[in-house]
Design a protein around this ligand. Structure first.
Ligand code: ZN
Length: 436
């Protein structure tokens, strides 16, 4: 997973040829060796863990000592090396029916985190070591370069003959507030958020939306009754249409009020949501699978999706018609004066944002991390993951352990019954029946 985000439309890349000097060539060679070392580590971690590849964060942990003792580059270079190693193995695994083997990276190519790069006087500055920089003159025929270069760099890809600089460009000319982010996790009866400001987690909270859930449920029931009891087709259809119309208006009205309030309280922030556009049809894996086997598309997607993230896919498949997630996102996006970001939702509730380990869910509302040894509030922890991915998209990576705020905020992410709205499971099951 070299990219944790999906908003391709918001990024623009310019590429140009160059001739690397000896320092850069040595850097690229050393980084290739590091990636290969990381691949071996990732492989052996997977072998001792049911063929499950580690997350880049876990991999980094396993490599950190080696890196600190043997590699003489700025410490940030370890991050993209780990991301690349995991991405290489992940794509091999995907294309080889889940099998894994140690692959050797041959190409001289390295992704560089935005914080190690800067544009100065038409030159790309790369931090090789603290206070030691390499400069590459930017020669580009790209007409839009002047426009793009006003934006923040999200990533630089350096090979032995080419430079690619990716910028995060704003949509609708709304500004991107990259140091003040509010990430939302949308659930049936609540929306949960995390605010990260200037590299500190400053707030997490749960907004009760059970009245919206209740309206959706009441109307589903009403429609079932109409279906059952009105025998005359014409009359039945008219009544159904009326009910649908009323339901839509009530929900829209409630959402308008809720989103206006949220946007007013957070007019200095960039909102971050999960990108739900592909979820309904079986998850984000769609695109790749479609190309490969068109015939068995639907079946494969379903099984794939369940394997990858059973809880998330199930949740969206069953709930999407009942709580209008997309409408909520659209209202906020429209009302906010700042840019809204959409992140890739895969794994937001199955990967611990604190340590990168796998999360377990003994009950729906709980995320248990064996590695952290803690029992988290599932929705709030997801909102933390979403905020972190939003920051990644801005090009300002955030690590929970690296932030002094985590210690004081931790308690707000623990599972407490008082800030959790318990969902009535039987009610939901009945509901699904009614809708079916
Ligand atoms: Zn953890």
């Amino acid at each position: 997973m070299s990219h944790l985000w999906k908003s391709d439309g918001d990024k623009r890349t310019i590429a140009f040829g160059y001739i690397p000097d000896d320092i850069i060539l040595k850097y690229l060679t050393d980084m290739r060796d590091l990636i290969n070392k990381a691949i071996i580590n990732a492989y052996s971690i997977a072998k001792s863990n049911n063929n499950e590849l580690p997350s880049p964060i876990t991999l980094r942990k396993s490599l950190k000592k080696y890196y600190d003792n043997n590699i003489d580059y700025a410490k940030h270079h370890i991050n993209p090396a780990c991301r690349t190693a995991v991405a290489i193995l992940r794509s091999y695994k995907k294309n080889n029916d889940g099998k894994l083997k140690v692959i050797k990276a041959k190409r001289l190519a390295m992704r560089i985190d935005s914080e190690l790069t800067k544009i100065e006087n038409n030159k790309l500055r790369i931090t090789i070591r603290p206070n030691e920089y390499e400069y590459i003159t930017i020669i580009t025929k790209n007409k839009k370069y002047n426009e793009y270069s006003k934006y923040k760099i999200s990533e630089v890809l350096l090979t032995d003959n080419k430079v690619c600089i990716t910028f995060v460009v704003g949509s609708l000319n709304k500004p991107l507030i990259d140091n003040n982010i509010i990430g939302f996790d949308l659930n049936f009866k609540s929306v949960d958020y995390t605010i990260i400001k200037n590299n500190e987690i400053v707030e997490t909270n749960t907004i009760d939306t059970s009245d919206i859930a209740k309206t959706q449920r009441d109307y589903a029931r009403k429609r079932t009754k109409i279906q059952k009891h009105i025998k005359n087709t014409g009359k039945r259809n008219r009544k159904l249409k009326e009910a649908k119309h009323r339901q839509r208006n009530i929900i829209k009205d409630k959402l308008q009020k809720l989103t206006t309030e949220i946007v007013n309280n957070n007019d200095d922030k960039t909102f971050v949501f999960e990108d739900l556009t592909n979820i309904k049809k079986g998850g984000k894996k769609n695109k790749n699978n479609k190309k490969k086997n068109n015939k068995n598309n639907t079946i494969n997607n379903k099984s794939n999706n369940n394997k990858n993230n059973p809880n998330k896919s199930k949740r969206f498949r069953t709930d999407i018609n009942r709580w209008p997630y997309r409408l909520f996102q659209r209202f906020i996006d429209y009302k906010s004066d700042n840019k809204t970001l959409y992140i890739d939702p895969e794994g937001t509730s199955s990967e611990c944002p604190v340590c990168g380990d796998k999360l377990k869910h003994p009950i729906w509302k709980i995320s248990k991390c064996i590695n952290c040894g803690l029992t988290y509030d599932r929705n709030r922890l997801s909102s933390l993951s979403i905020s972190i991915r939003g920051l990644n998209l801005c090009g300002t990576p955030f690590t929970v352990s690296g932030s002094s705020s985590w210690h004081s905020m931790k308690n707000d992410y623990m599972y407490h019954t008082d800030h959790v709205i318990i969902e009535n499971v039987n009610d939901c099951k009945k509901e699904m029946h009614n809708n079916a």
